[in-house]
Design a protein around this ligand. Structure first.
Ligand code: SF4
Length: 171
């Protein structure tokens, strides 16, 4: 069984942005060839339209939203919390169904952000924190890496592959 990776759909096609290094791009291309990448957009899966209004988490972070302790609103004031909670559950469902051990997600998003999210004031300010999908994936044991952490993800997958090889050899 290959170690698979859930990937934010909007990251695909922008390989040079992941990391400046050739190794990173080549590794992603190899993973794609090996069918390890599970390309997924949680917000589209949850039925949100494209294009859609900008949305930010207000008074909390992704895990707070999933516990109904914070909301997600659009810049027009509409409360879209339920849509984003559904997006998070669909990301988890996809990752579990595909047996992903890790996720590579676009940072800054109220859904996929894993290092930083916007602060809920629509002023362009960011704070440390996770979006709803990243928080839910981590809470269920799926390691989340931002698109800026590709080298760390490559090291993580290499370690998992080595562990699997050791188990196979000892059988
Ligand atoms: S960052 Fe937004 S657009 Fe990109 S995959 Fe995540 S939910 Fe979809």
């Amino acid at each position: 069984m290959q170690n698979k990776i859930l990937v934010s759909a909007c990251l695909m096609g922008f390989k040079v942005r992941y990391n400046g290094s050739e190794k990173a791009s080549l590794t992603l291309a190899r993973w794609q060839h090996e069918q390890r990448l599970v390309i997924h957009c949680p917000e589209l899966a949850a039925g949100l339209a494209t294009p859609r209004a900008a949305a930010e988490i207000v008074d909390g972070r992704g895990d707070d939203v999933m516990r109904n302790r914070a909301r997600i609103v659009e810049d027009n004031g509409q409360d879209v919390t339920a849509h984003y909670q559904l997006a998070a559950w669909l990301a988890l469902e996809t990752a579990q169904r595909e047996q992903c051990c890790a996720a590579l997600l676009t940072d800054g998003s109220p859904t996929c952000g894993s290092q930083r999210i916007y602060d809920g004031t629509f002023s362009g300010r960011q704070i440390r924190g996770m979006g709803v999908a990243a928080a839910l994936l981590e809470a269920h044991g799926i390691r989340v890496f931002s698109h800026q952490q590709l080298p760390q993800l490559i090291a993580f997958i290499a370690e998992k592959d080595n562990e699997d090889d050791s188990v196979q050899t000892s059988l």
